[in-house]
Design a protein around this ligand. Structure first.
Ligand code: BGC
Length: 732
């Protein structure tokens, strides 16, 4: 059926000008794109029956809500997810619909985006996903996921934005800004404190108020107050005893009252548990409930009956409906959107750029990287992740890409005409036979010993080895629904790698994973290590372009890599994954580098770390106190010079240490950063402004953020442990 407004326009075209004007005047306010948003919302609200209102507050399939055809309210289409538009599934189940028109661009996953430290690139990715979402007829895209990495083991770390609230906030704001500029509503998730998969539907999370405010809420706060995100998805877990999808404190008091959120709160899929709480505690849209009849959902029949009995106020109903209508109208749902585009070359290039900028050069002793293809005759590419497609895995952040370039394919494309590339699996994950789309599987099935033997022989025969291992999206790895149980690489990779580097010291290890892993005895003897994350459909090209120096790596770790699990705060304190249904965050504020730095524990690779094929010198760092009451309180300026022979990008990081605080504070906290591209020899003064929030902590006694006058140290550098200048600053 034609959209009603199209019908109206067609009619208008045939009327005389006077009649046309009369018809236009008769057009209801809610249909007038020029009318103010709130006027349109109120007008439409006033036309809805109680039945129709309730029908807008819950799903009528896995990913849609019912329309109201009488008033031209369309069906709303929701979709996962954070790194591309997910494939279509059946109406009432999560089974793939088996279509061929639902391929889309698979971007690298969230942790990779965070590793770019580039909010503008996040904007571009968001805008690109919005264009694809429009092409697929979607209204709301479920992402970004901004839950803080509390443990390296969380199964969904790969989808989220790392361990630091400030970095996560900057990336989320960029991403949402881009996506919503494309007429699509984002859904920042999962609100809140959803930091483990173990018992995720029932676990009760406890922590002090300051930790909540300083660590777990800031990325959401930035999404709401800076990016104006239109929807927020509740979390599965409980917080202080109440499920997060209808948690009065989080949703009504913090999100809506304190932060002034005007959009809608939706539940996570099957995260609603109670009609009275859903009615009163801030839920506006119930999704994914596993009850056969949609009419039986908590915010469907039972809510309507409660309203009829006078148990729930009608004002509460209207508030929910208003929020749903506001999002619908604000994102063009009644007016029509620009057409979209999908699977374009330009979109694939965005995916590749993000993948390239995300890759972190962890180690490069002796300058083994970049590899010089003209000096190599044979390369051995070893490891299961060299040939394993990843984009279509991990559950709600999976995407069905039109193609996926694996690392082996990327390497062959790059050097295969002149270099002999031999491939050996080396090891194999159980169940990997399910990977029917797998392009190459040359030497299986073999026993684990035979696989290892062949790999070692290949390493010995080659001029250089590229080992592509790490984790994958199998359950229990980097995958929704479960957490990992250990930090070590799975499938015997540590032992295999020891043999490989012994056979060929010119070995580069490429880790494909979305979480930190420990590295075995092979690390000291391995000259070069790249952290490649899950790089989306262009992952293999990105890896090859970094390996052979077409791209100079510029990613930085958005999370600490611990030496061992026991060094990591929640594990050191035995506070993972909880006891008797509750997990208490006893490490408090000391998450990630805040713990390692405060407790002086040496990490394997620190937060913010990432090398380059060039080098950067920092000079003349100084702090300029703010003068204007509205401007920053202080600005750090530092001259950064590319002192090497290649163009490259550096992420200049600024950490703030509060020297005299009335409450204990972490040793240092990231409060500003900037990624700069520099040609060889080029220098640039980088300015890092610090507002009041950069000096503030949350004072639970005053229930407010406080910037205490006194001494601070402002440390600027290339990582949290590679600080090039420490400046004193006194806050007046
Ligand atoms: C996940 C969400 C996702 C939803 C819909 C849930 O299991 O937690 O992140 O958006 O499913 O697929």
């Amino acid at each position: 059926m034609k959209h009603p407004s199209l019908v109206l326009l067609t009619l208008l075209a045939f009327l005389s000008p006077v009649a046309a004007r009369a018809a236009e005047d008769a057009r209801p306010v809610y249909r007038d794109p020029a009318a103010p948003l709130e006027a349109r919302v109120e007008d439409l609200l006033g036309r809805l029956t109680l039945e129709e209102k309730v029908s807008l507050l819950h799903g009528d399939s896995k990913f849609t809500t019912a329309g109201v055809p009488r008033l031209g309210i369309p069906v709303r289409h929701l979709t996962d997810g954070p790194n591309g538009v997910r494939e279509e599934i059946e109406r009432d189940t999560f089974k793939a619909a088996g279509r061929t028109d639902d391929f889309s661009t698979a971007m690298p996953t969230g942790i990779a985006l965070a590793a770019t430290w580039d909010p503008e690139l996040a904007f571009l990715e968001g805008a690109t996903i919005a264009t694809e979402a429009r092409a697929r007829g979607k209204d709301i895209v479920l992402g970004p996921g901004v839950n803080i990495m509390r443990s390296p083991l969380c199964g969904r770390n790969f989808e989220y934005l790392g361990e630091d609230p400030f970095l996560a906030g900057r990336i989320a704001v960029g991403f949402i800004g881009g996506e919503q500029s494309g007429g699509i509503a984002s859904s920042v998730k999962h609100f809140a404190v959803n930091n483990q998969e173990t018992l995720r539907n029932s676990i009760n999370v406890e922590m002090d108020e300051r930790t909540l405010r300083e660590i777990y809420l800031p990325a959401f706060h930035a999404a709401v107050t800076e990016a104006g995100v239109w929807t927020v998805m509740g979390a599965y877990n409980k917080f202080r005893g109440e499920h997060c999808c209808h948690n009065d404190y989080l949703l009504n008091q913090v999100l809506k009252q304190e932060w002034g959120f005007k959009g809608l709160v939706m539940s996570d899929w099957n995260g609603t548990h109670d009609t009275a709480q859903a009615a009163r505690h801030g839920l506006d849209l119930e999704m994914g409930t596993e009850k056969r009849a949609y009419a039986d959902w908590f915010l469907a029949g039972p809510y309507r009956e409660g309203l009829a009995r006078g148990e729930f106020p009608l004002a509460g109903l209207d508030d929910k409906v208003r929020r749903n209508l506001r999002v619908l109208i604000a994102t063009g749902g009644l007016d029509g959107r620009a057409p979209g585009a999908i699977n374009t070359k330009a979109h694939q290039l965005v995916a590749r750029r993000v993948a390239e900028e995300a890759i972190v050069l962890l180690k490069n002793t002796g300058g083994l990287l970049p590899l010089d293809a003209t000096k190599l005759r044979t390369i051995a590419v070893i490891g299961e992740n060299a040939t394993r497609p990843q984009a279509h895995g991990g559950q709600s952040s999976e995407v069905k890409p039109l193609y996926e370039v694996t690392p082996l394919q990327g390497i062959i494309r790059r050097v295969g005409r002149t270099v002999n590339v031999i491939h050996a699996l080396g090891y194999e994950a159980p169940n990997s036979d399910r990977l029917s789309t797998r392009p190459q599987k040359p030497d299986a099935p073999l026993s684990a010993d035979e696989l290892a033997e062949r790999a070692v022989a290949a390493a010995r025969a080659a001029d250089a080895v590229v080992f592509v291992g790490g984790l994958n999206h199998e359950q229990g790895n980097d995958c929704e629904g479960d957490d990992r149980t250990e930090l070590a690489l799975p499938y015997g990779q540590d032992a295999l790698l020891e043999r490989i580097v012994a056979a060929n010291p010119r070995t580069v290890v490429v880790l494909v994973s979305g979480s930190p892993v420990s590295m075995g005895a092979w690390l000291p003897r391995t000259p070069a290590v790249l952290q490649a994350w899950f790089g989306g459909m262009e992952a293999g090209n990105a890896v090859a372009r970094v390996l052979f120096g077409d791209v100079n790596p510029s990613g930085k770790l958005p999370c600490t890599f611990p030496r061992q699990l026991a060094d990591s705060p929640a594990h050191a304190l035995g506070a993972w994954p909880g006891k008797d249904g509750t997990v208490t965050y006893t490490e408090g504020l000391l998450v990630g580098y805040r713990w390692f730095d405060t407790k002086a524990i040496e990490p394997l690779f620190p937060f913010g770390h990432g090398l380059s094929y060039t080098s950067f010198a920092y000079r003349g760092a100084r702090v300029v106190p703010g003068t204007d009451a509205k401007g920053p309180l202080a600005t750090v300026e530092v001259e950064v010079t590319n002192t090497g022979a290649r163009a490259g990008a550096e992420v200049v990081q600024l950490y703030v240490r509060d020297v005299e605080a009335s409450l204990p504070r972490p040793a240092q906290e990231l409060k500003a950063f900037r990624k700069v591209q520099l040609q060889p020899g080029e220098r640039r003064v980088v300015t890092l402004p610090l507002g009041r929030e950069a000096f503030s902590f949350y004072d639970p006694a005053r229930r407010a953020w406080v910037a205490e006058p006194g001494k601070f140290v402002l440390a600027v550098g290339s990582s949290s442990r590679d600080l090039r200048a420490q400046l004193e600053f006194t806050l007046p």
